[in-house]
Design a protein around this ligand. Sequence first.
Ligand code: GDP
Ligand code: MG
Length: 444
Amino acid sequence: VAKGFKAARNKLKGRTEITPEVVDDALRDIRVSLLEADVAFDVVKRFVARVREKAVGEVVETKVETKKGLVKVTPQDHFIKICHDELEALMGPVDTSLKVNGRGATGVMMVGLQGSGKTTTAGKLANRFLKDGKKPLLVAADIYRPAAVDQLKVLGQQLDVPVFHQAGLAPPELCRRAMEEAARTKRDVVIYDTAGRLAVDEPLMQELEDIKKTVAPDNILLVCDAMIGQDAVRTAAEFDRRLALDGFILTKLDGDARGGAALSIKEVTGKPIKFLGMGETLDRLEEFRPDGLASRILGFGDIVGLMKDFEQHVDEQQAEADAQKLLSGDFTLDDFVSQIRLVRKMGPLGELMEKFPLFGELPEGFQFDEAALGKIVAIVDSMTRAERQRPDLINDGRVKRVARGSGRSEKEVKDLLKQYNTMRGVMKQIGDAPGLLSRLPGIK
Ligand code: GDP
Ligand code: MG
């Protein structure tokens, strides 16, 4: 994924002074990388110019005073930081708030092309409002595909949120009645799920304008599929022109898309990105954070986001200790198991890999099958304390004993030890990588 970016980094490796030629060379790779991430050409051009201006003459080796003492910042790190900050700046200022209606129910209108994720995201937003103690009403205003109404009803049932629909009504009238229903039943948020088309067309736009006129929603959010890349920008510009959008939601960022479209959308329309869709289920909606997306677009993984996920599950100090340990390569089998547990709590492992592409460089065949965790725990539980602390003690005789004790085969025990060693090595490698440690919270 991050070939261009890594290449750029490598070009700066080992240098203490960075000439304009070296910067240009590195920026060429970055340019390719950004285009591959679906950032629009004009935006890339401007970005590169800005980074160049900042990097030339300024990118040097320095030391930075931190809580942990002096930390060396290499020219590579410095350059990356400039790129990262510049990307963040392009995506800012961050505004993930939704407007609240002071007098009646707050209206949120979902618009977008067919298949972009409107219905799913309507459900995700309802879920979010529920968690905030609100009483949402979902409105099925996509009347052209019967399945669309059913789809929303299923989501409503899952959430125990009412879904408003009346057959035979034109969408604007249907939405108007939904508003009345919300007032009558004391719902405080109304989420309108509207129809989409395969491409922007006049009847669609007209219908959406009519709905807007009829219910005057407080928020009109365009849902964009991150996978459609550059096309998302054109769509966004057109929807914004017709409907004066309040913001965007970029979906399917759990897939391969690197999300460069987000940057272009922001740059082209000037409207903020509100949320990111990170999966098909209703809990996979994240508030937009530019730091995470900047890292992702640059292709070095959402390290900040990863660390925040850690923090949610363990207290901050513990997280820092764990992270240090994890990256020092000096961790025991007990740590190994607790790290796997932690990782599992954060959601599907694939998602973690996504955030931390360095994991993607693990040797072939290396994987924690999620279902295998029980097996791993059983094996580790059959080891003595000393063995867990010092797995190198486990010779063939001990492997036999552990296998018997855990009811697993000797091969499984050996495989586990191999995985542990690999993980330990990889972690150490990550920890040794210049600059990575300094990006952990608390060491900044
Ligand atoms: P709509 O036509 O705009 O209403 O789109 P839908 O909500 O029906 O979504 C279209 C497809 O995209 C469905 O299969 C969804 O499950 C899927 N989808 C929506 N959001 C996400 C997301 O954030 N990640 C993934 N992986 N799939 C999503
Ligand atoms: Mg739909």
